[in-house]
Design a protein around this ligand. Structure first.
Ligand code: ATP
Ligand code: TZP
Ligand code: MG
Ligand code: MG
Length: 270
């Protein structure tokens, strides 16, 4: 068994036993799916948005997820309050820049959050992260139209530019701190047929980092491998996006250790 095979099993078990509280400020499309996915995993979700309470909620959380999928000016201000409170208390903050590059407003809001907050992980698709680094990749709403195979270089550029760890997802996922790079090969195209799979992944990433804070890059690799294997298993048991979504939620809770062991596919790049 290699190191990651063992670690994913341990971290998954620790999420179940510690049930980390994840404060999500997310979009209206994925709220219910995100909460149910976190419950299935064994984490404890809470959604809170009011500027009157977000500092208190972020301060007691094990991770704060900021997701700009259906952002408003008021929400961005509340995210800044939550993020700053989390930073003061040492609570990790995760940014999902949904649709960055689709409109200037999304790009500007994402950059502002990256500039004013200490972000532990920036997680998006290749188009979103490329646009944040100034690459001008065409977006179709919240989906990336970019298919280039340079995700690792873009991820490293973003990590250095914003001083954060970065995950770029797609057929292959990459994880970097701007220096070391890991690739994770698990997943299934079914994940792209159901909305919110990227958003839920960012909250799952927060859960793995909450229990794996001694090595955040490895915690991220474990989160991505775990998520991809749960999805592969669900795809094998379903007949379309409806049954896939339900089966995937089930697998997030029930996938067996030996499936994780046998199917985990990741690599540290030289
Ligand atoms: P969207 O593009 O729908 O906005 P997102 O960009 O936020 O979603 P994705 O990049 O689709 O997020 O990643 C969500 C999950 O889907 C990740 O676990 C990723 O590994 C997986 N994934 C995405 N595309 C593929 C693919 N072609 N094959 C296998 N897995 C995939
Ligand atoms: N529109 C605004 S937010 C959103 C849509 C469709 C959900 C995006 O979810 P994901 O996880 O990035 O596919
Ligand atoms: Mg997707
Ligand atoms: Mg997304």
């Amino acid at each position: 068994m290699n190191k990651m095979d063992q670690k994913v099993i341990e971290l998954r078990q620790e999420i179940k036993s510690k049930s980390p509280l994840i404060h999500n400020m997310t979009n209206v499309v994925v709220t219910n799916f995100t909460a149910n996915g976190l419950y299935a995993l064994g984490a404890s979700p809470v959604m809170a948005y009011a500027k009157e309470e977000v500092e208190d909620m972020a301060g007691i959380a094990a991770g704060v997820v900021l997701n700009i999928g259906t952002l408003t000016a008021e929400q961005v201000e509340a995210m800044l309050l939550a993020g700053k409170a989390a930073n003061r208390k040492g609570v990790p903050v995760f940014l999902d820049p949904v649709g960055a590059g689709a409109t200037p407003y999304r790009t500007d809001a994402s950059r502002r959050l990256l500039e004013e907050l200490e972000i532990t992980f920036l997680r998006g698709n290749l188009g979103e992260i490329s646009n944040l680094t100034g690459e001008q990749i065409e977006m179709k709403g919240v989906d990336s139209k970019d298919t280039r195979e340079n995700a690792a270089e873009i991820a490293k550029k973003a990590a250095r530019m914003f001083g954060t760890n970065v995950v770029i997802t797609g057929e292959t996922d990459v994880v970097t701190d701007g220096d070391s790079v890991y690739s994770v090969f698990n997943g299934t195209p079914e994940l792209t047929k159901v909305t919110g799979t990227g958003c839920l992944l960012t909250s799952v990433l927060a859960s793995f980092c909450a229990v794996g804070s001694d090595n955040l890059l490895e915690a991220a690799v474990c989160a991505l491998g775990f998520y991809g294997i749960a999805a592969e298993t669900a795809a094998g048991q379903s007949s379309g996006p409806g049954s896939f979504q339900i089966s995937f939620l089930d697998q997030l809770g029930t996938i067996e250790d030996n499936k994780l062991k046998q199917n985990f596919r990741s690599k540290k790049e030289e």
